[in-house]
Design a protein around this ligand. Structure first.
Ligand code: RIB
Ligand code: CA
Length: 315
């Protein structure tokens, strides 16, 4: 009798959960995400936003910005969204920090749009998380300042966030081939915030330097991408010129790509702890708090990236 009862409870529950993942035609529903970014410093945040916009598997609900002149970063993100025909995506700036010049933000000087919200990044994150009833994946690709502040100000949020897919950390390798692990920028820039996030209990998908530092978009690929006439290739081309370096390393796009195709990396559940200097260490014998990407095939990743960002150039 008891078994029969639980069958009646469990089966409809499974059906309900299953139906939540698929639409009426049986296609997988896009994953609702909020991007938290320090777009404007390194070039890879812009490439990550481009990948999101080129990926029907993802449903971008909002963008928040972090670190330094967060308003200039928000203008840059909002202009990219507007050029891509996604002026409907709200953008909010996090708490501003030191107002140092950020070269790429010149591209969006004076840009205005109703998408640029006056509320804080924290308020926009909270509204989006509440509205999505446990389905939001946060994608932080800068220092974790906003995410930690959100969890501190609204502790109940931790249970409402489905997962966090972040670029950050360094487990067995650093920025350079065969280099030892190092204090990766996104973690080290606000190590206390990273500690808060990694101890929050929210499932984490982590793309550390072990995989991301190997993702160089070489000159031939850049040329193929920038030769395209669409608004996004042209936006990336303009930002690349302002950035002023030869070779983008696509750190941040890997955090996005793992949501679309986890098979791009070999990953393991690990317990990751962060020290005050921003070193991320895997601790044996403790329950895992993150699924960590530890290896990848860089050529396969670049092929995947190009198939999304420059499909017409892929032979
Ligand atoms: O260490 C790589 C990270 O730092 C990336 O998020 C990149 O955009 C830079 O800010
Ligand atoms: Ca970044």
């Amino acid at each position: 009798m008891m078994a029969l009862k639980s069958k009646f409870i469990i089966l409809p529950l499974v059906a309900l959960l299953w139906a939540g993942c698929f639409n009426a035609l049986g296609a997988a529903r896009p994953i609702p995400i909020v991007l938290d970014t320090d777009i404007g410093s390194d070039i890879d945040d812009a490439f990550a936003l481009d990948l999101i916009l080129a990926s029907p598997e993802l449903d971008l609900r909002a963008v928040t910005t972090v670190s330094g002149d967060t308003h200039a970063r928000a203008r840059l993100a909002a202009k990219m969204l507007s050029e891509a025909g996604r002026g409907d995506v709200p953008v909010a700036a996090g708490e501003p920090g030191a107002m140092l010049d950020i070269a790429q933000t010149k591209w969006a000087d004076g840009f205005t749009s109703p998408a640029l919200r006056s509320e804080s990044a924290l308020e926009l994150l909270k509204v989006q998380i509440d509205r999505a009833h446990g389905k939001i994946t946060l994608v932080p690709i800068g220092p974790l300042t906003n995410i930690a502040a959100l969890l501190k100000q609204y502790p109940a949020m931790a249970k409402k966030i489905k997962r966090i897919a972040l670029m950050g950390g360094s487990i067995a390798r650093g920025y350079y081939p065969n280099s030892p692990p190092s204090a990766e920028y996104n973690i080290a820039a606000d190590a206390a915030a990273a500690q808060t996030v990694f101890s929050s209990g929210i499932p984490i998908v982590m793309a550390p330097l072990d995989v991301t530092a190997r993702l160089q978009l070489d000159e031939a690929h850049c040329q193929r991408l920038f030769a395209l006439h669409g608004p996004m290739p042209q936006a990336l081309r303009a930002l690349y010129a302002l950035w002023g370096h030869p070779t983008p390393t696509l750190h941040d796009p890997m955090a996005v790509a793992l949501l679309i195709n986890p098979g791009l990396c070999q990953s393991k559940p690990l317990h990751v702890e962060i020290d005050a200097q921003g070193m991320t260490r895997s601790i044996e014998g403790k329950p895992p708090n993150a699924t960590v990407a530890l290896d990848t095939d860089p050529a396969k990743f670049i092929e995947f990236y190009m198939s999304r960002a420059a499909p017409s150039s892929v032979r």
